[in-house]
Write a protein that binds this ligand. Structure first.
Ligand SMILES: Cc1ncc(COP(=O)(O)O)c(C=O)c1O
Length: 382
């Protein structure tokens, strides 16, 4: 039976049905092969079924599948240690959960409970998830409206507008939450001044800075964490998607000062479960040993140059950082996505008029060249 017949219809679904994946390749039930340039919204930085992740999950499953967060496990100790060894140096505390939305929820709760303040300032076009708190920080009206009233105290300001941010942040602000590159919002990159200014504005008001790296983290933008490019130290940083090589996970990193100021209780039954932690340790090792961010930088800048040089009137603008690329069209993205899929290339949208490429960082040169060539063809015909 096709799962789509019984899945609660609350978000778009696309054919085909996939049955297997390896690296940047996916196979559907008819045996057709695709180059995966969407990587499940950026989950697959290591591609599908990376052998190191498969090995880690298999070994862990034989040992211990689940123990709740109240207790320690050796898998959790190894993972949190490994994560903090590569994280921005000022972030020394980790809270583990199961998704990006949960990582954001925790960051918002920690910020409110640590500051005792209600207000959260987010950015227009920002996306932080679909649970009620994370959704309150998310911008898109069609995502928000059916579920109102959302959590009170959230305001949105234009992205990359320092004056607007300064005006919005005050003595009642718990946190500013931003993405270094807005992914779902259509791949908009923060200006060089924006994140340092956000840091200074937060410091002046006694507010916390939350950097949401759920999509940009783990090498995607040409650095292990995108924030490294801006040289900014956030108070809280959220990770998920590719952190455990495809296994569900969320992580909220915080400073010791945030932990000291936090008054309250927060938890997640499956947070820090041994399977995800084992997969996470393996995934971090693969990214760090292979310096996969360097590959993201090389392949990404080459593709940006090529796509910007395309003579395709359908294209309004090409934006991106590393292997996070958005092609904004004058018309709808859907027909181009369909043409690409027919040609064996999976890409995703970022809003209705943006084609988003988030390929695995392990995509081969030949696969990437084939994808860009196919995209060029679809855009010239579009
Ligand atoms: C920046 C950002 N934050 C949070 C989320 C929510 O993550 P999840 O879908 O795992 O809840 C996403 C998902 O696309 C995201 O891109």
């Amino acid at each position: 039976m096709d799962a789509r017949a019984v899945e609660f219809a609350c978000s778009p679904r696309r054919a085909p049905t996939f049955v297997r994946g390896l690296g940047a390749t996916l196979w559907d039930e008819g045996g057709n092969e695709y180059v995966d340039c969407g990587a499940s919204f950026g989950v697959g930085n290591l591609g599908h079924c990376h052998p190191a992740v498969v090995e880690a999950i298999t070994a862990q499953a034989r040992q211990l599948i689940h123990v709740g967060p109240t207790f320690g496990t050796d898998a959790k100790a190894a993972f949190t240690g490994r994560l903090l060894s590569v994280a921005p140096r000022n972030l020394r505390r980790v809270f583990l959960s199961n998704s990006g939305s949960e990582a954001v929820e925790a960051a918002l709760k920690f910020a409110r409970a640590a500051t005792g303040r209600p207000k959260v300032v987010a950015a227009m076009r920002g996306f932080h998830g679909r649970t009620m708190g994370a959704l309150s920080a998310t911008w898109r009206r069609d995502f928000r409206e059916p579920f109102e009233p959302l959590v009170p105290g959230f305001v949105h300001v234009p992205y990359n507008d320092i004056d607007a941010l300064r005006k919005a942040v005050g003595g009642d602000t718990a946190a500013v939450i931003l993405e270094a590159v807005q992914g779902e919002g259509g791949v908009h990159v923060a200006s060089p001044e924006y994140l340092p200014a956000a840091r200074e504005i937060c410091d002046a008001a006694g507010a916390l800075l939350i950097l949401d790296e759920v999509q940009t983290g783990m090498g995607r933008t040409g650095r292990l964490f995108a924030v490294e490019r801006w040289g900014v130290e956030p108070d809280l940083l959220t990770l998920a998607k590719s952190l455990a090589g495809g296994v569900p996970i969320g992580a909220t990193l915080a400073t010791e000062a945030v932990e000291r100021a936090f008054k309250g209780s927060h938890n997640s039954t499956f947070g820090g479960n041994p399977l995800a932690c084992a997969a996470g340790s393996a995934a971090i090792d693969v990214v760090v040993r292979g310096k996969l961010w360097e590959r993201a930088e090389t392949l990404g800048s080459r593709a940006l140059e090529e796509l910007r040089g395309l003579e395709a009137p359908a294209v309004r603008e090409v934006r991106g950082l590393g292997l996070m690329i958005g092609i904004e069209l004058r018309g709808k993205a859907a027909p181009v996505l369909e043409a690409l899929q027919e040609d064996g290339v999976i890409a995703i949208g970022g809003g209705s008029s943006v084609i988003r490429l988030l390929p695995p960082l392990v995509i081969t040169d030949a696969q990437w060249a084939r994808a860009i060539e196919s995209l060029g063809r679809a855009l010239r015909n579009g």
